[in-house]
Design a protein around this ligand. Sequence first.
Ligand code: FE
Length: 370
Amino acid sequence: MNPIQLFDTASSTYTYMLFDTATREAVIIDPVDTQLERDLQVLRDNGLKLVWSLETHAHADHITSAGQLAELAGAKTAAPAGCGIETAAVQLNDGDTLNFGSEQIRALHTPGHTAGSMCFVWRGHVFTGDTLLINGCGRTDFQSGSAEALYHSLTQVLFKLPDDTTVWPGHDYQGKTSSTIGAEKAGNARVAGKTLEEFVAIMEALHLPPPKRIAEAVPANLHGGLRHDAHPANSLQVQPVSGYAGDISPALAWRWVQSDEAVLVDVRSDAERAWVGFVPDAAAVAWKQWPGMVSNPNFDAELLAAVPVGKKVVLLCRSGVRSIAAAKRATELGLVAYNILEGFEGDPDSHAQRGHLGGWRLRGLPWRQS
Ligand code: FE
């Protein structure tokens, strides 16, 4: 069974999807932000449920859609531990495996293009990112690259895989789609038959211009590709208020929850959660209960039980009214409490919103609720 291979012409990047045929659980490797709609469509067309979004490294030539896929499709994100992608839910070390359905993908640490770079092995396939390209390899002249390390990764890690392993590269600039370990071992112009010294000399002589988008792409990719500052609703600034710690955007709330700095508390009523939908990862502490909108007599105790000492609390309701009242009460109880602007009903058609609470909403639910 082959992976689905997708191509971004602007950056010549290959993205891969692989899946378990029984459960339809899927993994995406190196997704590109400008191809988000295409990738969501491919998932839908194939009836796939995305469970993992993986990066081979922090890219310098395109921006990942990992953060958006996490929010829109419910995927968990994983990235090499050595790449500094702090927003990834799972930090991968050499030999780590991830499961999807009854399938498994294994991470191989292959430093060289960058210090943290990884390849991923699934069945008879290896996804080589920018470590091994068809008849080439990734550059080693920036982003903690090392020609010596790359030579070791190529010859001692990748070339130790079985010769018939299919190589799926992170890029190709000539329209080639795949190769094999045997073919690259025998014929790769940079490394086949070369000593370490010869390889280093080849790499040093390349003198490549810097990638066009490096200044923009690398910082974004260290945050899962989310560029929060592009829209006011994505502001990462706390807006000062009186009576509680501040108003924050869904984007900032999402970031704090992802990094475990804050506990997300959904203060809607049990009835609304049942009708409209729950928010995964949120503690449910109703401010008022329907029917009748009576105050929840246990609010204080339930809230204090939900928020460990030392963590912020970010409060969410339908439209931002109850969450403000709840944030004020939480402050009186001694918590550092923030209100999430726009609440659960933020406009799902607003791109900014879709990326954040829209994603929380989508994980257990249809996209739009009346
Ligand atoms: Fe790269």
